[in-house]
Design a protein around this ligand. Structure first.
Ligand SMILES: [Zn+2]
Length: 92
């Protein structure tokens, strides 16, 4: 069994869906990780114990937090990372 923050998967999947709306957004690993972390800080974590592979079935059947909240948290995170991407700060 594994304990996972279910919201991580929700945010991950939603972010991928939303990327089309932000063509200018940097897709590097640092920016994607920053956006995920920032969005998750604004959402209530929801831990689940799962067998490996079982998570994706649960993902579709459980509504943890409203889709609107998740979308809003991701948009806020994208705005912050767009203004101050970490990758640029490190290179300078
Ligand atoms: Zn980047």
């Amino acid at each position: 069994m594994e304990v996972t923050n279910f919201m991580e998967r929700v945010v991950e999947r939603k972010l991928i869906e939303m990327l089309d709306q932000f063509p200018e957004l940097c897709r590097c690993e640092e920016c994607m990780a920053d956006i995920k972390a920032l969005a998750l800080n604004h959402l209530t974590p929801h831990y689940v114990a799962t067998e490996k592979g079982e998570l994706y079935t649960k993902l579709d059947s459980v509504k943890v937090q409203s889709e609107v909240d998740v979308t809003r948290a991701i948009i806020e995170a994208i705005k912050i990372v767009e203004q101050k991407p970490h990758h640029h700060a490190e290179k300078k």
